[in-house]
Every structure is written in C-alpha cells, then in structure tokens.
Design a protein around this ligand. Structure first.
Ligand code: ADP
Ligand code: MG
Length: 239
C-alpha cells in the first residue's frame, strides 16, 4: 500500500541546513495498523507530512497505492492528497463556525461530489464514528473526543487508501484518548490501513506494529506482542 525508500528532508534557516530525515525507508501493507514513536524532534511529523503529501522530500521515492508520488506535479499531488489520503491532526483542524456535517462534507466539495451525495456520505461517515446525534453541532458544542471523531469522519469520507494520524490523542484526556484508540482499532478491523504517531507506549500498543524514530532515522520496527506490552520503557529485560 505504501512504500518509501531513502526519504530525506532538511530545513534551511538562513545559512544553516538542518537535516531532519536522514534516509527513511518503510513498507506498509494494505490493512496494517502501524504506530510511530520516538522522542520529540526526531522527525515524526516531518515524515507524516511527506506521507500525507503536505510537503515534499528532498530525495527518496514514495509509492502510494500504485502511484509514484515523488514524480507528480503540484496539481497532481493535490489530487492524490484529496483522494488517497485521510489526515487526522492533534489539533483537530475543524472549521469552528461549521456544523459537524459541513466539516465532513468539505473534502468532497474539492472532489466535485454532488450536494445530495455529499450529504449522504457525510451522514454515513458521522454515523460510522458514532456521531449520528451530533450532525448539526459546531465544534464548540462538542467534547475533545467528539471533535476528533468528526475529524476522523472527515478523513474517511473520500474512502482514502490510507489514514494518517499525527498525535491524534495528544490534546485529549486519557479516557477520550482510549476511546479514540478503540475507534482506530475498529477501523483497522474493517480493513482501513492506518499509520499513527504517538509518544505514549500505552497508545502505540493499540497498533499491531511499532516503528521507532530517533534523530531522523528508524531505529526499531517490531510487532506488538505481549512481551512489549509488559515492558515498561526502552529498558532491555535480562532474564
Ligand atoms: P517530531 O514530530 O518527531 O516531534 P518534527 O518532525 O516536528 O519532530 O521536527 C523535527 C525537527 O525539525 C525539529 O527540530 C523541528 O524544530 C524542525 N522543523 C520542523 N518543521 C520545520 C520547519 N518548517 N522549518 C524548520 N525546522 C523545522
Ligand atoms: Mg510531531
């Protein structure tokens, strides 16, 4: 579903060039649920922005659902972003003055979907995340967990090839965080391919695979097992 190879990215500030991604390669199969962990500043968000086609790498290849993304023009990239990718942010990024329904309809307006079809699909998406009773509510009338569920519905409404989430529970209390992770697990069970960033091991363990970043490279890539589950941190357990 997704294959990146040798991805690099540096940010230039004035005369200094700061390398952030130093050759990241990752293969994600259809239907996988991957968590990305790593210390703050290790390049997780930079990497997700590349995967989400919100930014371009300096070098490396990126294959998404059969499309070589790195060779696309900006206009084509925007189409891939809208049709192939669902992105969920830590800060929800909902339109404050619009209803849940309108927020979820938005990506379809860019995709030229008819008004009645938009309404139908947005309603279905909101039902899917358990918000049938909150269609006409505005973000200020919703809890954090509900706002994030609206954002998830919006991310899913164009039936993306992949769902990307950068610290989706970062602004939530722990109970809402667990609720959102249960939501991601349910979507995973329905076959949605998910890559999610978190810095909390408790959250990451809801996924089936944990990829760890450090200083712009992947230092670990492992399946979630009972053994990881019982491991308190990065410590090596010697028995
Ligand atoms: P993470 O998400 O793992 O915390 P980021 O990918 O957000 O890390 O950031 C990695 C590094 O890149 C940080 O040191 C950050 O300050 C820097 N960085 C991120 N975005 C930019 C930018 N647009 N311009 C300059 N530096 C940036
Ligand atoms: Mg980040």
């Amino acid at each position: 579903m997704l294959h990146v190879e040798g991805l690099t990215k540096a940010y230039k500030t004035g005369d200094t060039v700061l390398p952030i991604l130093k050759g990241v390669s990752l293969l994600v199969e259809q239907g996988e649920f991957v968590a990305i962990m790593g210390p703050s500043g290790s390049g997780k968000s930079t990497f997700m922005n590349m995967l989400g086609c919100l930014d371009r790498p300096d070098s490396g290849s990126y294959m998404l659902d059969g499309i070589e993304v790195s060779s696309l023009k900006d206009t084509e990239l925007a189409v891939v972003r809208n049709q192939k990718i669902g992105f969920v942010f830590q800060s929800f990024n909902l339109l404050a003055r619009s209803s849940s329904l309108h927020n979820v309809e938005l990506p379809m307006m860019y995709a030229n979907v008819s008004r009645s079809e938009r309404r139908k699909r947005a309603t279905e998406a909101l039902k899917r995340v358990g918000l049938a009773e909150r269609m006409d509510h505005k973000p200020t009338q919703l809890s954090g967990g509900q706002k994030q569920r609206v954002a998830i519905a919006r991310a899913l409404v164009n039936k993306p090839a992949i769902l990307l989430a950068d610290e989706p529970t970062g602004n939530l209390d722990s109970r809402s965080g667990v609720e959102i992770m249960a939501m991601f697990q349910e979507l995973h069970a329905q076959g949605v391919t998910i890559i999610l960033v978190t810095h909390e091991l408790d959250i990451a363990q809801h996924a089936e695979r944990i990829v760890t970043f450090k200083d712009g490279v992947i230092i670990r890539d492992e399946k979630v097992t009972e053994r990881i589950f019982s491991k308190p941190s990065d410590e090596v357990i010697v028995t």
